[in-house]
Design a binder for this molecule. Structure first.
Ligand code: SF4
Ligand code: SF4
Length: 432
């Protein structure tokens, strides 16, 4: 998928490849896997329907209409349809590209446009600015303003998404990136040297998770290098249809990490891992094919990496808990990593593991979907909560900050007792 000459009614800039919309043979195998089709029963909100819309635009039979734009943004990009599709159709990625088209056909107006450009082009690619921007939010929580605002019901007066976003944010702590040493030595006999890719949401919302990731890696015998100049992976830009900024960021991260002498580049964020693995395709027009292929091979989700290397279980303390696992879409569908997290969980002594129904069904988070489509997101979340409840688990393990935020919020709203932990937090508990 790349910038090419004009394809039907798409603009030439950031258009889908014709082959990607042509592959669909309309078999319908994808339909039962699609959360938005399950919610609406509407063909155009299914993978098959979305690909048909894109194909009609590509063949000049349909203008890029509001309906195409709506379906591009209503798609969760969960990639469940890609897992199910016998033809390898990637409806989620086609819709991701259509979001870029949507911004060309329906440009935002003034303030919204400036705000979007500031966030995507200035703030997210600049870790110092991004981290500084969270200071008011930390003060808001620490100084008791949050308590006042919540008890005044002030947030109920604004749009629903503002109230939801405010309630979803966990207790904030100083970001982890500036605190981490550039190089942290392995404990005991060294098994290797890895670079750590620290995602934006992780460093800002869940610094303790990433602290545990580094701790587990060093405890497992790996020296951890964290280059501080790393930028956002670009996933939020793809979600919002800003492919040009994604390419700039991707090139920066590619050059930075490929200059390091490391065996692997490890991340604990499923969304970041998926985005980093897709740099190869995103940057293919720039050449550097060998470099991109090597980079792609080095990117590892932490559970993928530890399962590949073999978890050292000697010395792990028993964790006497009933545990279930929610699969982040960008881990199981986008990266094909499904069995490894379960293997790691089951390797911890004392754990009683209970598989949940539909573990790989989206939780309804999907980046900004949960804020843009609050009702639909809640309906998808309710289905997930029922499946969690049925397991009787005490701990819910996951591996992506978006899922973590959505599930923790949903469980709290529903008055359920399960605590959400990242897989490295669980390993951290067992590490002692
Ligand atoms: S997207 Fe794939 S699974 Fe769905 S109808 Fe087309 S070919 Fe079949
Ligand atoms: S990516 Fe998810 S929401 Fe989008 S079409 Fe595929 S299954 Fe449906």
């Amino acid at each position: 998928m790349a910038d090419k000459e004009k394809l039907g009614n798409f603009t030439p800039e950031n258009a889908p490849e014709y082959e990607d919309v042509l592959q669909c043979m309309r078999c319908g195998f994808c339909l039962p896997t699609c959360p938005t089709f399950a919610l609406t029963g509407r063909e155009r909100s299914s993978p098959r329907g979305r690909v048909s819309l894109a194909r009609a635009v590509a063949e000049g039979k349909l203008e890029f209409t509001e309906a195409v734009k709506e379906e591009a943004f209503f798609c969760l990009d969960c990639r469940a349809c890609t897992t199910a599709c016998p033809s390898g159709v990637r409806a989620g990625e086609v819709m991701e590209i259509c979001r870029s088209q949507a911004h060309q056909f329906f440009p935002l107006k003034h303030v919204s446009k400036s705000f979007r450009e500031f966030v995507l082009q200035k703030m997210l690619p600049n870790p110092d600015l991004l981290e500084t921007s969270m200071l008011p939010a930390r003060l808001y929580q620490k100084l008791g303003i949050q308590w006042l605002v919540r008890h005044s019901q002030l947030l109920k007066l604004g749009p629903e998404w503002v109230d939801k976003a405010e309630r979803m944010i966990p207790e904030l702590h100083p970001p982890l990136r500036p605190q981490l040493a550039d190089v942290i030595p392995a404990e005991g006999e060294q098994r290797g040297r890895v670079a750590f890719f620290l995602g934006c949401i992780m460093t800002l919302m869940y610094p303790e998770v990433s602290r545990q990731t580094v701790r587990v890696l060093t405890h497992q015998g790996f020296e951890v290098v964290t280059p501080k100049e790393q930028k956002c992976c670009g996933a939020p830009h793809l979600t919002e249809g800003d492919r040009d900024t994604t390419k700039l960021i991707a090139q920066h991260n590619l050059d930075l990490f490929m200059a390091l002498d490391v065996d692997a580049i490890v991340t604990d964020c499923a969304g970041c891992g998926a985005a980093l693995k897709e740099y190869e395709e995103l940057l293919e027009e720039a050449g550097e094919h060998d470099k991109l292929a090597t980079f792609r091979a080095k990117i590892k989700d932490v559970s993928e990496f530890l399962a590949e290397q073999g978890l050292r279980t000697e010395g792990l303390k028993p964790v006497k808990k009933i545990v279930t696992y929610h699969e982040p879409c960008h881990l199981c569908h986008a990266q094909g990593i499904s069995k490894q997290p379960r293997e790691l969980i089951k390797a911890i002594p004392g754990i009683v593991y209970r598989e949940m129904e539909e573990a790989s069904w989206c939780c309804g988070s999907a980046a900004t979907f949960s804020l843009k489509y609050t009702t639909e997101s809640q309906q998808i979340l309710n289905r997930k909560l029922e499946n969690i409840r049925a397991t009787g688990a005490e701990l819910l393990v996951t591996a992506n900050p978006g899922c973590h935020l959505q599930l923790a919020w949903g469980l709290k709203q529903a008055g359920m007792i399960q605590e959400v932990v990242h897989i490295t937090e669980l390993l951290g508990i067992a590490t002692g």
